[in-house]
Each structure stands twice: as C-alpha cells, then as structure tokens.
Design a protein around this ligand. Structure first.
Ligand SMILES: Cc1cc2nc3c(=O)[nH]c(=O)nc-3n(C[C@H](O)[C@H](O)[C@H](O)COP(=O)(O)OP(=O)(O)OC[C@H]3O[C@@H](n4cnc5c(N)ncnc54)[C@H](O)[C@@H]3O)c2cc1C
Length: 371
C-alpha cells in the first residue's frame, strides 16, 4: 500500500481525496491542512450583503477525511524534504510516497507589514465576520477597498447592499493601480461593470494605490486622504510560504509549474491555485472548476504511477466565469456567450449550489440567500 500525502483540504485537495478513497486497498491517504474547516470561497462576499450564514459555507475537514477512512493532520506545512520524501509542519514529519500540493493561494500584502496590520483580508469566512463586525462600528464612514479585481468589485457591491439594508450611509471606494478595471476581460464586460459601480455610487480611483495607512486614515497616491476608513485589501494573492521556498520553477504569482500530467517532479503533483498549468501560453486562471478537475486528474495520475500505467493528460474545459454583483447586474461569459443581469446572477448561484460539498451546505444556501 502506498502513502499519499495531500497538502490542503480545499477544492483540489478534497476532490483528490474523494477520488483516492475509491481505492482503499491501494492507498493510505493523509491530508494536512492548517485550517479546521473547508471554506467555500466564492460565496464569502455574500456573507456581507446577501444574508448568508458562515456555517453554510464551511465543512469540518477532519470529519470529511476520517469518514473516508483516512487520516487528517491539522498543521501548517512549513517545508518539504524532497530527498527524504517528508513534509514538515514544524512539529510533525509526515512521510509520503506520492505528494499532492493543493495549498491554494492567500492574500498577498507584498511584504507591507503596515497594510497587513491595518487592513481586513478576505481568505476565509472568519475574515468576513470581522468585516461585518467592523461595519457595525459607527466610526467608519468610508470603506476603501484596495484592489479592483473581481473580489474587490463583488465585495464593494455587497457593501452597498449591506448599507442599504442596515440603513447606514458609508462611502464605498475602490482603489485600483491599473489604468482600468478588469483589464484582462472583454471590453463589453468592463463597460457594464463600470456602469454598474457608478449606478451604485461606488467611487473608483484608477491608476492609484494606497500609500499610507495611519490609524484609520488612508493616503492615496493621487493626493486624496480618507479619514475614519475601514480598509479592505483585495489587491493580490500568492502561494503559501513553503511553496515559495521550493526549488521548482514557478510563475510570477509563485504558482508551481506543472507538466501535462500535473506533475511538478517525479512523484510530486500540484493542483488548483498552487499550480500553474500553462494553456495557450498563459497559466490557467484561479477558479473552482479547474481546481476540482485538476484534483481529480492528479489523483488519477498518482494511481496510474503506482500501477505503472501511462499517465492521463490534463485537458482543461473552460465553462466560463461570472463577475457577481449584489444588485444582480452581474456579467460574464458562459460557454463563450456573454451573459448579464439576473441570468448571470442565477448562473453564478447555480454553480455554487452544484459545487457546495454537502446537502446541508446546499439547503443552507437555498434557505438563506437573498437574491
Ligand atoms: C473571495 C473569493 C471569491 C472567489 N470567487 C470565485 C468564483 O466566483 N468562481 C471561481 O471559480 N473561483 C472563485 N474564487 C477562486 C477559487 O475560490 C479558488 O480558485 C479555489 O478556492 C482554489 O482551490 P484550491 O483547492 O486550489 O485552494 P483552496 O480552496 O484555497 O484550499 C487550499 C487549502 O490549503 C490550505 N493551506 C494553505 N497553505 C497551507 C499550509 N502551509 N499548510 C497546510 N495547509 C495549507 C488552506 O487552509 C486551504 O484549506 C474566489 C476566491 C475568493 C478568495
């Protein structure tokens, strides 16, 4: 029996675990995660503006793993000894024959400790609870979101919904360093998004960065100063520190380059946000659909290696994307077709409903989501 070690109990890691659990006579799996709970990240912004409850977006990883007859270790991976084939959490050494790195991505403050201390981040449900608690504090008259990617935009629209429902008035500002929002996306989608943000009264500062955060005052590079600010950081993500330190080739975001079979090297595989699979010259974007598919293929290829069978190529199927906005003027491309408005919103939540891990999670979403 071979030992498989999975780092990360997110979309990729849990999918791989599920696939491997079908072959209990061939593999013994250990899954290590620093968190107790799996978090359904695409619904985090909805905790602010759509009345969702955190318990419906999370799932206890240990019970998931032990139900499959495998072993869960709660701990933060700090290093991998490639020669000795062990993973270290600092206190425990975990041996493996096959390794899957599925540790996802996390907020990147680009080494700025001042911003890290001052800003709220969006990595897990607990972060959203902190933001919701801070929103109740009357002293914050303005919310500044640094980073105008899809997360920043979705959060901003949810903040407007929250304020309307709670009868609060707060100025919502997005600060984006690029000259336009969503620069990688088609022009029509960018225009519709921009128009919607304007309609919602969200101020967008393009080509600007936050320069300094002193107490609750923010200094912006265009000379503007905001006081009494609740500061949210969505300006980028990076891979875990232990991934950064691995002696393998990575892309700009520190994602591990993988081959056509999702191998980093030998018996080490990577899947999800931690991996960079190059497709038509670019790394696949970070998305749930690719993480799930990669988790499945990586597990399949580990089994094939054990059986000395030819490996299976990973062939991505891109179903598209949606930029969800809380007033239901969402937009996106689904199977090559541009969709917007309530249809785009509904497609997003259908995807979430389908992907949520358990019936309890699905029923929770259906019962509590306010569309
Ligand atoms: C706010 C937000 C909204 C999003 N919306 C969408 C959307 O609408 N559609 C979409 O397709 N995608 C969306 N995404 C992206 C999507 O969630 C990610 O692509 C997906 O979660 C990646 O899956 P993963 O399995 O690679 O990593 P994750 O799901 O992030 O799981 C990684 C796991 O690894 C663990 N881990 C990390 N480092 C360590 C370590 N050192 N030691 C031990 N454990 C570790 C973490 O605790 C975590 O449990 C969104 C992301 C965010 C943050």
């Amino acid at each position: 029996m071979k030992r498989v070690l999975i780092i990360g109990g997110g979309f990729a890691g849990c999918t791989a675990l599920e696939r491997l659990s079908r072959y209990p006579k061939e593999v013994m799996v250990t899954l290590v995660d620093r968190k107790k709970e799996f978090n359904f990240l695409p619904l985090l912004p909805d905790l602010i503006g759509r009345g969702l409850k955190p318990q419906y977006l999370t799932l206890d990883i240990e019970s998931l793993v032990t139900r499959k007859g495998f072993c869960f270790v709660r701990g933060e991976v700090v290093s991998i000894d490639i020669a000795a084939k062990t993973v270290s959490t600092g206190t425990t050494q975990l041996p493996y024959d096959y390794l899957l790195i599925a540790s996802g991505s996390e907020t990147n403050f680009y080494g700025n400790e001042e911003f890290k201390a001052a800003a709220y981040k969006i990595d897990e449900a607990a972060d959203m609870e902190k933001i919701i608690a801070a929103l109740k504090d009357k002293k914050y008259t303005t919310v500044v979101i640094s980073g105008g990617g899809y997360t920043g935009i979705e959060v901003a629209t949810n903040l407007v919904s929250y304020c309307r429902q709670a009868g609060k008035h707060k100025k919502i500002v997005i600060v984006e360093s690029a000259p336009s929002l969503l620069g990688m996306f088609p022009q029509g989608l960018r225009n519709d998004t921009q128009k919607n943000l304007k309609r919602l009264g969200i101020e967008v500062l393009l080509g600007c960065t936050v320069l300094k955060a002193t107490g609750s005052t923010l200094h912006i590079s265009n000379g503007k100063v905001f006081d009494e600010v609740l500061f949210i950081w969505t300006a980028g993500v990076k891979t875990a520190l232990f991934v950064e330190q691995l002696p393998f080739e990575k892309n700009r975001q520190g994602r591990l380059k993988v081959d056509a079979y999702l191998r980093v090297q030998g018996d080490i595989f990577a899947a999800g946000d931690a991996s960079a699979f190059f497709y038509r010259g670019n790394p696949l974007r970070m998305a749930v659909q690719f993480s799930i598919l990669q988790g499945r293929v990586a597990a399949e290829n580990m089994l094939r290696r054990m059986r000395n069978a030819p490996l299976k190529e990973f062939k991505p199927v891109d179903l598209g994307y949606i930029i969800p906005m809380a007033n239901n003027r969402s937009c996106g491309m689904v199977m090559g077709i541009y969709v917007k408005g309530i249809l785009a919103t509904l497609l997003h939540y259908l995807m979430c409903l389908y992907r949520l891990p358990t019936l309890r999670n699905k029923l929770g979403l259906m019962r509590t989501l306010r569309i």
